[in-house]
Design a binder for this molecule. Structure first.
Ligand code: NDP
Ligand code: 8X3
Length: 256
């Protein structure tokens, strides 16, 4: 297992769910964390719960869909924060569960801009530095939705299939460098994901997890921690994980 002491880890979407759980697990390792999200106040609340010194945390209020903002945020990092060792491309969302021929254009654009273009922007601005320094690791949050399409999932599933292709392509393009690429592809994880999918309809969101024991954000952070702490010659390409109560994107065992 490699040490994360003084490694610089940038986590997008750190204000909630899996990203916040990653911040919590890495906070105990001596790593320096750059936490990014649009909701700065949520990042500040999270930091208050972490046992770290101010020297180990840098907050970025960032909309990953805004390419100019991503470029500016990365290029203006203070020198002691600029040599990013690990990029966790976690920011992402689903919007709606509508039939493709009835869906909302705005929902599509938000998913494509965040899950695909946002992830690409971060990757494009950070990976060249990893290559020139001769070290680095990119972890992308894919999904079971990138492996299997389900009714109403159409565009969200397409964005996660794109993440899968991007992870595979990046791994190929980085061959010959020591930079590692991992896709972590979960099934059902209870976070704010379904609240966001259903535009704040919390009753509908709760039903997604009713009668099952879903994965927790900590389960995913634990897997990411494992992937990034392997020996430098080991690349974990893809991890697919789901609850014991789930067998595929659509096959879920509900007890109630
Ligand atoms: P949450 O809704 O709890 O967290 C999503 C995070 O993404 C938030 O911190 C949000 O921060 C951030 N985010 C969304 N849009 C943007 C944006 N434009 N710019 C910057 N940050 C953004 O969901 P999860 O933790 O579940 O989701 C994390 C990732 O895991 C996503 O990529 C999701 O697709 C994936 N995933 C989730 C699964 C699940 O069942 N929950 C299963 C498989 C994959 P803010 O709003 O403050 O900007
Ligand atoms: C989130 C899991 O099954 O709702 O990626 O697509 S699912």
């Amino acid at each position: 297992m490699i040490s994360l002491e003084n490694k610089i880890i940038l986590i997008t979407g750190a204000s909630s769910g899996i990203g916040a759980a990653c911040a919590r697990i890495f906070a105990g390792t001596g790593a320096k964390l750059i936490l990014a999200a649009r909701r700065l106040e949520r990042l500040q609340q999270l930091v208050e719960t972490l046992h770290v010194t101010s020297l180990q945390i840098h907050l970025l209020q960032l909309d990953v869909c805004d390419r100019a903002a991503v470029e500016s945020a990365i290029s203006t990092l203070p020198p002691s924060w600029s040599d990013i060792d690990i990029l966790i491309n976690n920011a992402g969302l689903s919007r709606g569960l509508d039939k493709l021929h009835e869906a909302n254009f705005q929902d599509w654009e938000e998913m494509i801009d965040t899950n695909v273009k946002g992830l690409l922007y971060l990757t494009r601005y950070i990976v060249p530095g990893m290559v020139s320094r001769g070290r680095g690791h990119v972890v992308n949050l894919g999904s079971i939705a990138g492996h299997q399409t389900y009714p109403g999932g159409n565009v969200y599933c397409a964005t996660k299939a794109a993440v899968r292709a991007i992870s595979e392509g990046l791994k190929q393009d980085l061959l010959g460098t020591p930079v590692r690429v991992t896709s972590v592809d979960p099934g059902m994880v209870e976070t704010e994901f379904s609240d966001v999918r259903f535009h704040g309809d919390t009753e509908r969101a709760k039903k997604v997890y009713q009668g099952v024991t879903p994965l927790t954000p900590e389960d995913i952070a634990d897997v990411i921690f494992f992937c990034v702490t392997r020996s430098p010659h080991v690349n974990i390409n893809e991890v697919v994980l789901m609850p014991v109560d789930q067998a595929s994107a659509t096959l879920v065992n509900r007890r109630t």
